[in-house]
Design a protein around this ligand. Structure first.
Ligand code: GDP
Ligand code: MG
Length: 358
């Protein structure tokens, strides 16, 4: 089989980097099932697993290949067993989340994505705080976010919802669509083209798989309403998968994202408005508490900044800050927050000691 990897998104940058590795072949990861991968090379799809060296030197799960990664493999046909993945080429973008559990462990949702469609339904799922969370993660990934509001057929106050959204979506394109009547599909297609990789993220049930099936022109992915009578095996996906679209372009479905915890995030981009207002505070290190000349408090008072948005900013800021800290650092950080810094904490400890000496 002769495959043009440009259809799979191969660009000069990756091609260039691949020339560093003699005797290895470039391929893109299309599926991941725990330790087993599927990759596509110029000779077609083949099963692959990571080399012992790659696994050994990986200091975090994010150092393992993920769907969308460009990798270097040692063979092009599976006759002599699985291909071995020796290297991951430098990611152009990478979407991560915090893995379930308490420890700071990142998980790559997908790599080398150009456009991330953040999907939210216009009925039950609509929540602009959630959009802020998704934007924080997406801006950090280096992919371009586009907000896709789904199920517009089930919404009777669209202008109001769009208005609400506008207050948190500066600099981001917003599309609304319905798979009931096909509205908005053209707008989505405008972001999709040969060699471009897109991914759909959002709560389950918002219609991501339905959208992808429509773009594919056939039911490739299971959608939740028909999952029960799925016995025919017509639908396939419960894992992350990279699919080639019939009219060009590559799409990654991301099932199972019930809740998105932050691993790394970019607040400056998501909350540009707040960071801009904060530059006008009298004090550079203003905590937006009781200091005089606080531009944030002023903006909240005069209605140019919503208090809820500011609360959301602070909440996400704490998350972004905390996730990067180990247990010990976390404890220190909490104390710092409680006492406003090491100096105050020392004083407090001294105070306790003095008291207990009496
Ligand atoms: N009314 C309406 N229902 C939709 C629309 N898009 C998807 N659905 C339904 O919403 C349910 C969940 O869709 P699915 O694609 O599985 O969501 P996913 O979990 O995000 O992949 C299914 O029953 C779909 O038929 C839409 O635009 N309008
Ligand atoms: Mg789905």
């Amino acid at each position: 089989m002769n495959i043009n990897l440009k259809d799979y998104g191969l660009t000069e940058r990756f091609e260039q980097e691949s020339t560093m590795y003699d005797d290895l072949f470039i391929a893109r990861v299309t599926e991941q099932h725990r330790e087993l991968y599927k990759v596509v090379s110029k000779c077609g799809e083949i099963d692959a697993s990571v080399s012992g060296k790659l696994a050994y030197s990986a200091d975090s799960p994010t150092a393992f290949p993920a769907v969308g990664d460009w990798v270097m493999i040692d063979r092009l046909d599976g006759n002599s067993g699985n291909a071995i993945i020796h290297h991951i080429l430098r990611r152009k973008s990478v979407l991560t989340r915090q893995a379930a559990g308490t420890e700071y462990t990142g998980q790559v949702i997908a790599a080398n994505i150009d456009t991330i469609f953040i999907c939210m339904s216009l009925n039950a799922d609509f929540n602009i705080r959630r959009i802020e969370r998704y934007l924080t993660i997406t801006w950090d990934s280096m992919a371009t976010p586009v907000i896709v509001l789904t199920k517009s057929d089930l919404c009777d106050d669209l202008p109001q919802k769009l208005d609400e959204l506008a207050s948190v979506s500066m600099g981001v394109d917003v599309i609304y669509c319905s798979s009931e009547n096909g509205n908005g599909y053209e707008a989505i297609s405008a972001y999709i083209g040969q060699g471009k990789t897109v991914a759909f993220v959002g709560s389950s049930g918002v219609g991501k798989s339905t959208l992808i099936n429509r773009l594919m022109g056939r039911d490739v992915l299971a959608t939740s309403a028909i999952r029960e009578d799925d016995a025919k095996g017509r639908h396939t996906t419960t894992y992350r998968q990279l699919l080639l679209l019939p009219n060009g372009g590559i799409v990654v479905d991301t099932p199972g994202m019930r809740e998105l915890q932050i691993y790394t995030g970019n607040l400056s981009k998501t909350f540009e408005d707040i960071e801009e207002i904060a530059t006008r505070c009298r004090f550079g290190n203003c905590s937006h508490g009781a200091e005089p000349g606080c531009a944030i408090r002023e903006a909240i008072k005069n209605g140019t900044l919503s208090e809820k948005r500011f609360e959301s900013y602070k909440k996400l800021q704490r998350e972004v800050l905390y996730v990067g800290l180990n247990a010990r650092q976390l404890e220190n950080e909490k104390l710092n927050r409680m006492f406003g810094g090491k100096g105050e904490m020392k004083q407090f400890k001294k105070h306790i000691k003095d008291k207990s000496n009496i």
